[in-house]
Design a protein around this ligand. Structure first.
Ligand code: S3P
Length: 450
């Protein structure tokens, strides 16, 4: 009996996972395809669009600004209107659970000569927005929000943005963040003068790749940590082009970890994005002695795409995930923590303080779930350690993922090795990977819906 009205996934100890599969379109690239599609002058056809709730929030926000976005399964048609064609929305733009929607729209709307309100669900309403408001205010936008009790000068959603008349700035980001960087790029394209952005580390660079492809005046130095947006002499037009979104490596990560820890597994994921700013998960799993082959087979709009095969090669060994490797696998740390939980030795996840301000406080939520499963963990402000069970099965039981899709999926993967059944509240999984259970089952996992 499920006393809670939330649907549950039930996972049991599973036999070897085997097969070839694809995962839904990359969430980060899908946001950008929809948004930059709206900024083109003409029709943009998107194939392989992400199917999750976050991407639906971006599509709905664009519609509220007067853009026609038609979605049918994984195909979308966006009638681009350019920056100048956007119209003030009649009500607050609901960004749902999606930090990317809120922060990218902050940059977009900071440059528009009208007032907009951005709101979100309870999780998004706790996430820091001062980091994006501060530089946009320096560019001339007026942005107000709720006072953030946790951070001096911080603000929280809902945000009210009075945009227009921006000027370019030189800005060093306080944290490496693709959402923040992308917001400043979108504002910079609408500003007078140049905008120079420097990141302390290289975060995912999908914005730079896609905007350059569409003809935006943006350049990055090799290595990408410094970006220049120079709209002087630009006619303001992005040229429409069809977009093929590769599969989401961040979704694939859960299947890769599952295959690396369930004995006898051999899983191949095809058509998945292999952008080097995102492939930290593959390097981290290799450092843990997983047997992984990745092969680039194509390129789509400057994004490498390919196939990844993982075979369970016996026991994993502990690793240290820190610095640039942690940044390149930031969304995959919950999945990697599960690999560490089965490994031999003590793994360390360092320089991952940003996890505290994701959809949940992921350091707190993943360490709590690992502890519940009988795994020894230690938590610090900027990271955590996991002492692997060296193959001893974890405990099953009822998972409390704090309504965070990645914590739910990570806990589900751990459940594939538990002796008792594992129950995971499942409706938040649809934020990024609505077909998670179906694909896991097609590979042979013992997964059912309750
Ligand atoms: C994202 C950037 C990252 C990442 C998030 C998606 C993006 O966040 O964690 O899931 O699409 O730009 P930050 O910009 O906060 O690092």
């Amino acid at each position: 009996m499920n006393p809670d009205p939330q649907p549950l996934l039930r996972l049991g100890r599973s036999p070897a996972l085997r097969g070839v599969c694809r995962v839904p379109g990359d969430k980060s690239i899908s946001h950008r395809a929809l948004l930059f599609g709206a900024l083109c002058q003409g029709t943009v056809e998107i194939r392989g669009l992400g199917l999750g709730g976050d991407n639906a929030s971006t599509a709905a926000a664009l519609r509220a600004l007067g853009v026609s976005v038609q979605i049918s399964g994984a195909s979308a048609r966006v009638e681009g209107v350019g920056f100048a064609g956007l119209r003030a929305a009649a009500a607050a733009l609901d960004c749902g659970n999606s930090g990317t929607t809120m922060r990218l729209f902050c940059g977009l709307l900071a440059g528009r000569p009208f007032t907009s309100t951005l709101s979100g669900d309870p999780s998004l309403s706790r996430r820091p927005m001062g980091r994006v408001a501060k530089p946009l205010r320096l560019m001339g936008a007026r942005i107000e929000g709720h006072v953030d009790p946790a951070r001096p000068q911080g603000i929280l959603p809902p945000l009210v943005i009075r945009g227009g008349n921006l000027r370019g700035i030189d800005y060093v980001l306080p944290v490496a963040s693709a959402q923040l960087k992308s917001a400043l790029v979108l504002a910079g394209l609408q500003a007078a003068g140049k905008t120079r952005i420097e990141e302390p580390g290289l975060s995912r660079d999908h914005t730079e790749r896609m905007l350059r492809f569409l003809g935006a005046p943006i350049s990055a130095e090799p290595g990408g940590r410094r970006i220049l947006v120079d709209p002087s002499g630009w006619n303001g037009v992005l040229a429409p082009a069809p977009v093929d979104v590769p599969g989401d490596l961040s979704s694939a990560a859960f299947l890769l970890v599952a295959a690396a820890i369930v004995p006898g597994s051999d899983v191949t994921i095809e058509n998945v994005g292999l952008n080097p700013t995102r492939t930290g998960v593959l390097d981290a799993l290799r450092a843990m002695a997983a047997d992984i082959e990745s092969t680039q087979t194509a390129e789509a709009m400057g994004e490498p795409v390919g196939r990844v095969r993982v075979r369970c090669a016996g026991r994993l060994r502990a690793a240290r995930i820190a610095g640039a490797l942690a940044l390149r696998s930031i969304d995959e740390i919950p999945a990697l923590a599960i690999a560490a939980a089965l490994a031999e030795g003590r793994s360390e996840f360092a320089d991952v303080g940003e996890l505290r301000v994701k959809e949940s406080d992921r350091i707190a939520s993943i360490t709590r779930e690992l502890r519940r499963a009988g795994i020894a963990v230690e938590e610090s402000s900027e990271g955590f350690t996991v002492t692997g069970s060296a193959g001893r099965p974890p405990k099953g039981g009822q998972v409390s993922p704090d309504r965070d899709h990645r914590i739910a999926m990570a806990s589900a993967v751990l459940g594939l090795l538990a002796e008792e059944e594992t129950l995971v509240p499942s409706d938040d999984i649809a934020t990024s990977f609505p077909t998670f259970a179906e694909i896991l089952r097609s590979l042979g996992a013992d997964v059912s819906e309750r």
